[in-house]
Design a protein around this ligand. Structure first.
Ligand code: SAM
Length: 234
């Protein structure tokens, strides 16, 4: 996706008018990511056009299910090189964004990137199931892309949410994963609110955005340790 295609498609498909300032920030982000990625492995997507489509545009598709202007605190679990969290911060500067990843290399990159872009984000170098212990019910929205299978993700994400808050999982397909998530959905007191299917433009790859709402307080036993989570998902 060229920069021009990005501008047109975010406007026509996502209803976002990209400002020159946002374009400049994305350009700096893209160049820094490509450069940094030569020394430290952050992403398999290395080409500028692919970054604009598969990282920048894809991150922004969240706007199809949620008005981020109305959200205060967002946590991005397993943010990696900042997707979708950093892109959302660029487009919604009032959003209080926390980027969490257990990988120290990714968090180091993000702290340098944030300085370069002049954006203020909270960085957490911790495993999601550990950090949750002291940050229960603090966030309005939790997002996550390409981190784990859905039953695991739900257990990692829901404890962070305030009651009424939503978890947004960016996935390619959720049919099979939803089928094996029914127990955790019931036990952790949340409900599937929306399954939004679409195709990424240009390459026509299937994408699904799953919206899950927390309806009641999370039972005390969650989140469990990662080994316990894995054991019950074997
Ligand atoms: N969300 C980014 C994206 O879509 O480009 C990165 C995806 S990358 C495939 C998965 C990331 O999740 C890795 O950076 C990994 O360190 C992180 N991760 C996996 N399990 C995690 C956990 N339990 N807690 C925190 N981070 C985790």
């Amino acid at each position: 996706m060229t920069e021009e295609e990005f501008i047109n498609l975010t406007k026509n498909n996502l209803g976002l008018i990209v400002t020159q300032e946002q374009l400049d920030l994305l350009n700096t982000y893209c160049e820094y990511l490509i450069d940094y990625n030569k020394k430290v492995n952050l992403t398999a997507i290395k080409d500028k056009k692919d970054i604009y489509l598969k990282h920048f545009y894809d991150s922004l598709t969240i706007v199809k299910v949620l008005d981020l202007n109305k959200v205060k605190r967002l946590l991005d679990i397993g943010t990696g090189a900042g997707f979708p969290g950093v892109v959302l911060k660029i487009f919604f500067p009032n959003l209080d964004v926390t980027l969490l990843d257990s990988n120290n290399k990714k968090i180091t990159f993000l702290s340098k990137l944030a300085l370069k872009l002049g954006i203020k984000v909270n960085l957490v170098n911790e495993r999601a199931e550990v950090y949750a212990k002291k940050h229960l019910e603090e966030f309005d929205v939790v997002s996550s892309r390409a981190v784990a299978e859905l039953p695991i993700l739900i257990e990692l994400a829901i404890p962070y949410l305030k009651i009424g808050g939503i978890f947004i999982a960016l996935k390619s397909d959720v049919t099979a994963e939803l089928a094996i998530s029914q127990n955790i959905i019931k036990n952790i007191k949340c409900q599937v609110e929306r399954i939004y299917n679409f195709e990424l433009p240009i390459i026509n790859h299937q994408r699904t955005i799953l919206v899950i709402r927390k309806v009641r307080k999370t039972p005390h036993r969650y989140p469990r340790t990662y080994s316990e989570i894995l054991k019950s998902n074997k």
